[in-house]
Design a protein around this ligand. Structure first.
Ligand SMILES: [Cu+2]
Length: 152
């Protein structure tokens, strides 16, 4: 039991080290740990999350493209009465000097019309388009929620 716990701890530490290295830079922008959630067979829509740190002047995330989805939308979550609803947004503001978290319950990325289920452990390329900084290619990892060390 003790050994198992220790090994699990080591695995977790390694996973978080790898997660920290999983980032992409474009000028003053850093995209941290872009992940998508696994989907069930036949599920047409998937969610993706990341952090975007802006060390420069104000910018905006305008769109994301990914070849494994028919289209990719930027969404936010809003309470309407006592119901949480998703709504598409035109862009996500990236204020100077701030880190914006795209996460469950807030801004997030929706992959619409998935061509195949997203499986944990897979990776796929996506292109982020920023208003000022231009385009950045990132690699999105497919991870179940419990596997994301940054969520803790
Ligand atoms: Cu959504």
């Amino acid at each position: 039991m003790k050994l198992t716990t220790t090994l699990a701890g080591v695995a977790l530490a390694l996973a978080s080290l790898i997660a920290q290295a999983h980032e992409f830079k474009l000028g003053a922008l850093t995209v941290g740990h872009p992940v998508a959630r696994p989907t069930a067979p036949g599920q047409p829509v998937g969610g993706a999350y990341m952090t975007i740190t802006n060390a420069g002047a104000d910018d905006r995330l305008l769109s994301i493209g990914a070849a494994n989805a028919a289209s990719v939308e930027l969404h936010t979550m809003k309470m309407e009465g006592d119901v949480m609803r998703m709504r598409q947004v035109d862009a996500i503001a990236l204020p100077a000097g701030q880190t914006v978290k795209l996460q469950s319950g807030g801004y997030h990325v929706m992959l619409m019309g998935l061509k195949a289920p997203l499986k944990a452990g897979d990776r796929f390329p996506a292109t982020l388009k920023f208003e000022k900084a231009g385009e950045l290619q990132v690699e999105i990892k497919v991870e179940a929620p419990g596997e994301a060390p940054m969520k803790h």
